[in-house]
Design a protein around this ligand. Structure first.
Ligand code: IYR
Length: 338
């Protein structure tokens, strides 16, 4: 796979393709980041963007993981001390998941976001951004109705992080796209007097998984079923077993007319195939024996044709997910023993 294809595989959106193509010509030493509001346990949404970071590391990028402690504070995730503690746990889980320790830099937001230059630049963005614009940028990250002033400052700071971390590329789930668009519009217009570069950076947006049980709407770590580093192998079996998995990539809308996706296929595509060269679906001889897939397309095609039964696909998915999660589960168990 060439560098551009690796960098952009499974991305829902690339802004802009030309800018990312230019980076792909010489990815070595280029800097990319994802920021995460610290939470104690990595869930499958974190793992999806981490998989993209692993692709980028393979392509030669230096990876920065921003443990966005100040952002979590602004988003009412606890006291600063509590947030700090969960941030440390996250770092170890990311490494256990497969980020390369040598070329991953973990940065706390509070290391630079409280510096005078950064704070003054935040105020400059506050002056140039309308309330309406900041609220729209934030809508998918924070519910909306109960927005506080902190939620309007949040996207402005995120737009500045890309400047202050000297990045060449920003990655995030599709829910981050409006913040990234705000960065691209507002940052180049700044007077900004720090030594950093105030140019708009390109962005890559990863898909958001569908709700595991119904395929309707987005999977959320706060409601519905999610998969996390805390899950035992049995938890994963049970959750995947109960997942919505019709024998198609394009399920019909439900009875209320809601669009549906196939979350089992999505997880194969975005989390499993990028990490395993082949996927083996084990089956007893009497049901046709094992099936081996080198790529997502052939697995999805077999599910659609009926060659691969949803129950067998789910069994294999649970096993591969468990393999990805086991090292992080051990890290958590060791931390809890301390
Ligand atoms: N908005 C992210 C957290 C975050 C991401 C980046 I990229 C930042 O620079 C700062 C915060 C979230 O929704 O988790």
């Amino acid at each position: 796979m060439d560098a551009y294809d690796l960098i952009t595989r499974n991305a829902t959106e690339v802004v802009t393709e030309d800018e990312v193509r230019a980076l792909a010509e010489e990815p070595e030493g280029k800097r990319v980041y994802v920021g995460y509001e610290p939470s104690g346990v990595l869930h499958i949404g974190h793992m999806l963007t981490a998989t993209k970071l692993i692709d980028l590391q393979e392509a030669g990028f230096e990876v920065v993981v921003l443990l966005a402690d100040v952002h979590a504070y602004l988003n009412d995730k606890g006291t600063f001390a509590e947030i700090r503690e969960t941030a440390e746990r996250m770092r170890d889980q990311f490494l256990a998941y497969g980020l390369d320790a040598e070329s991953t830099e973990f940065v706390y937001g509070s290391e630079f976001q409280l510096d005078e230059e950064y704070v003054l630049d935040t105020h400059e963005l506050e002056l140039s951004t309308t309330l309406n614009r900041a609220q729209r940028a934030m809508a998918e990250i924070q519910g909306g109705d109960t927005a506080k002033v902190s939620h309007l400052v949040y996207p402005l700071m995120q737009a500045l992080d890309i400047v202050y971390l000297d990045l060449d590329l920003a990655v995030g789930g599709l829910d981050q796209r409006k913040v990234h668009m705000l960065h691209r519009e507002q940052v180049p217009a700044m007077a900004g007097e720090s030594d950093h570069t105030y140019e708009a950076r390109p962005c890559i947006h990863t898909p958001i998984l569908a709700d595991l049980d119904t395929g309707v709407g987005k999977m959320s770590s706060s409601s519905g079923t999610t998969i996390s580093m805390e899950d035992t192998a049995e938890d994963i079996d049970d959750k995947i077993n109960g997942a919505f998995c019709p024998p198609t990539r394009d399920p019909e809308p439900d009875d209320d007319g809601n669009e549906r996706e196939n979350p089992v296929l999505e997880i194969f595509e975005y989390s499993v195939f990028p990490r395993f060269d082949t996927v083996v679906v084990e089956r007893p001889e009497q049901y046709g024996g094992d099936l081996t897939y080198d790529d997502y397309e052939s697995l999805a095609a077999d599910l659609e044709s009926g060659e691969l039964h949803p129950a067998d696909a789910k069994g294999a998915l649970a096993d591969y997910l468990n393999e990805l999660i086991a090292p992080g589960r051990e890290v958590l168990a060791a931390l809890d023993d301390e």
